[in-house]
Design a protein around this ligand. Sequence first.
Ligand code: ATP
Length: 225
Amino acid sequence: MSMNVDIASTLRAGARTFRLQARFEASGQRVVIYGASGAGKSQMLKAIAGLTRPDAGRIELSGRVLFDRAAGIDVSPQRRKVGYLFQDYALFPHLNVRQNIAFGLRRGWRNPPRRGDSDAVAYWLQAFELEAVAQQLPEQLSGGQRQRVALARALVAEPAALLLDEPFAALDPALRVRMRAELDALQRRLDIPMLLITHDPEDAATFGGQVLTMADGAIVGERFL
Ligand SMILES: Nc1ncnc2c1ncn2[C@@H]1O[C@H](COP(=O)(O)OP(=O)(O)OP(=O)(O)O)[C@@H](O)[C@H]1O
């Protein structure tokens, strides 16, 4: 993956303002953005995914310009082809596992389901060992299963890159260790570029790759693990 980000935004909440002014270049399949809570990691990830629009700047992913304020380019989140794993997984509570995963293929009312869609869902159900719980609702799953459903929902759309917002924060310590290993294996198997944000140094140490440090809305350091 090559990623080129140079964005600026000012967020206001009452009298408080937060300035995001982040610039980095990343290459390789694993990128970690590490920083304390409130450093601006989630805001930056949302801007890359197209969920928020920066005040200024440019975002390029593997040669595709996703956002360029000056040139008036702002590719919609669906067309950016980036998968997004939310911190709390954001599964739909009223949809079962199969339906949650299938939601990742949602193409809008103009685009009916394609042949092969149910094969893709079946593939991920099997790949993440979720077949036995396919009819269950998110509240009837373990933490690890919930995370796998969220990963499957992001991957079923065959994204060009996967963005992960604190993927292990909601898990208990033992499960965290296991899911770190699972994500590591998944990245190797799929060879999909992943950008992971975290405040946990252990995540950065085990996931490795290019580790960028973020503080007060800016990228302030870089190392390779
Ligand atoms: N909609 C908003 N309006 C105003 N300020 C916001 C908004 N969303 C976030 N902020 C502020 O922006 C800053 C960065 O928030 P962000 O969620 O990006 O941090 P983070 O590094 O991801 O932290 P965490 O690890 O706790 O998720 C925080 O100070 C937060 O209070």
